[in-house]
Write a protein that binds this ligand. Sequence first.
Ligand code: BGC
Ligand code: NOJ
Length: 812
Amino acid sequence: MQFGYFDDRNREYVITDPQTPWPWINYLGTEDFFSLISNTGGGYAFYRDAKYRRLTRYRYNNVPMDSGGRCFYVREGDTVWSPGWKPCKTALDRYECRHGLNYTSLLGEKNGVVARVLFFVPLKTHAEVQKLSLTNVTSAVKTLKIFSFIEWCLWNASTDMENFQRNFSTGEVEIGGSVIYHKTEYRERRNHYAYYSVNAPVEGFDTDRESFLGLYNGWEEPQVVKTGVPSCSVAHGWSPVASHCLAVELQPGETKELVFVLGYAENGEQEKWESPGIINKKKARETLDRFSTAARVDEAFAALRTHWDQLLGVFSLRSGNEKLDRMVNIWNQYQCMITFCFSRSASFFESGIGRGMGFRDSNQDLIGFVHQIPERARERIIDIASTQFADGGCYHQYQPLTRRGNNDIGGGFNDDPLWLILGTASYVRETGDFSILEETVPFDNNPDQTGSLFDHLSVSLDHVVNNLGPHGLPLIGRADWNDCLNLNCFSHDPDESFQTTENKSEGTQAESLMIAGLFVVSGREYAGLCLETGREKEAERALAGVDRMVESVKRHGWDGAWFLRAYDYSGNKIGSRENTEGRIFIESNGWCTMAGIGKEEGYCEKALDSVAEQLDSPYGIMLNQPAYTRYYPEYGEISSYPPGYKENGAVFCHNNPWIMIGETVIGRGEKAWEYYRKICPAWLEEISALHKTEPYVYAQMIAGTDAARPGEAKNSWLTGTASWNFYAVSQYILGIRPEYRGLTVDPCLPAAWEGFEVTRRFRGATYCIRVTNPNHVSKGVARVTIDEKPATSCCLPVFEPGTTHRVEVEMG
Ligand code: BGC
Ligand code: NOJ
């Protein structure tokens, strides 16, 4: 069952039934001002940090789901309806939600009035603009009242939900014509305020929630809307809100447009006040002036569309397969950009409070968006590295506002440092900018303790080298990529967090084969960077470490038909045929095959066959099998999830691409493609009712075969799945891979494919690549011509910026 359809030409997903199986959302803004918006207009806005600068309230766990948000009420006589169906839920004659790239438009039609609201955050703007167009499609005059409504959050999203003894007394607003200002705490330590405005005279307003709604009413029946008369309430404490009331008359066929702006502004300490107690509104006025007419809004909207044309123009595919093209060209790249902005902080699953920017997450996200915004990737790498400790260890997360490590989640996840190598290498591969390695970067944000970025990479590598266990394999620490494999935790107290408890690291033998594989891949990457920058000795040292690791894996990490997952605290095997539950895991088999460990001995092929036999399911590759059916204190959180969910036997989509890439390492294009398609949202559109989450973006997990409803997804949007899938399909399946000195084209496809075309902008030049497959092979390049001249290698040279080149690649 479907709830809408893809409109590829407009790069939109069009939802035609507001009752989607879960709110299907979109993200607005990619710079400083952000908001989330559902297909009914729900969601929330914030400036830079979803925890510390929350502008509007959102209630997780609410009944019904996704209430509040941005509300518009259209009142005609006694009929009240909302363009996005909610909150009124009055049956509409027509409903449509178009989620596009950083904008959403809602359309509702009732009794001959069409209301369209376009929501977006214009480029370089600290505001969400909402353009409401009302059209009378009847032959009679329409007399309407329009009410807008948002509810302010008292800035800190966490204390906003906890500290009621304070909150109920602090709320303050100011009203100036059609602009409502939210200025809670501005009188003391805050120099920022928010505002909600409309570009037309209002009949009245409301700024106190209960005066607007009525103490015992819900969002669908505010008393003010019911009576049609705004109460012009001024909030003092309690819950400040902002609502405008406008009278609109529409002649037959007439359209009227109103521009609402939800904005944020910061003043310098000296410019805080206009007059005693009255905020200086200069910045708000400037922004409002920029969007004072619908025409100005349209211009800003056109600029946003052009911006996305440019971003998506870096990599564009014509494969003849509609679903593949739409994922590669539009939605997958878009989701990568969103993970860049939000890491794992704010979604309809992540409250924006608990988790800032993940160290490993942000590094992995980078591989998916670096080609679009290399300059911002560069900044991001420096930000991330600045939170690292001098011994190579890391905070697990940092706060976007302060850019400092977040101690609440601690550190000690021993895979974390290695991702910095992969993130940095992917930036250098894309840009050729080796100068980033020489940037001075602090440790733990301490200006007195610094090193070059290269030094940061060295300590990252050494953090593993210096923390090996009894088998010469990496000690796992708090956990590796799998946050829930907590081998030193041994928690019996439900009030303890698995993420921060580590009871027994002394004398531990807990080692990770996943980190081992990751170390081999990133160690080689590091050595490559060394060689490119004249550090031959260091490259040798790194490669010697890599060789030792390969040997240790072969000796102590091979279980006969697949790679072990780990050794536990006491040195017992995990992910072994000796186990009854958790006999085989995806992560170590992904990374060790990506690293090609034991390829000659046939280990990679065998391991991937075992994955196919034991972990594959109709909905993707499951994380482990058999899932744990009881709690094992020695394994930690993983065994706390019921079988089939999350890290215990679900299809954890993030790691499926590791197997896809592993399959391409041994040239099995069919298998890689089959795995790609299985978890790809565009292919899941038809089973939306089961899948539940948006058919245009990946979800973190899909319930595995042990679950009650296999195939049901959760945690969409903010997941490393986005970047890993883009990386796998673009660099390994289509095989277009940036190298330090060029661009390789080396696809690995199902043999039946005829080929494909890709236009790739790389270091300023444009490569028009046509791949043909006349002999129907899966892998191998027989001939390459560049601008009609034969070339000797499938690694294309770096061309003069501004030039365009025709590349023909014949597989065989
Ligand atoms: C989840 C993990 C997540 C972690 C983050 C765990 O409960 O299962 O997927 O990475 O929490 O804190
Ligand atoms: C989600 C976390 O964001 C990520 O860092 C982790 O690797 C996975 N969960 C697996 O536990």
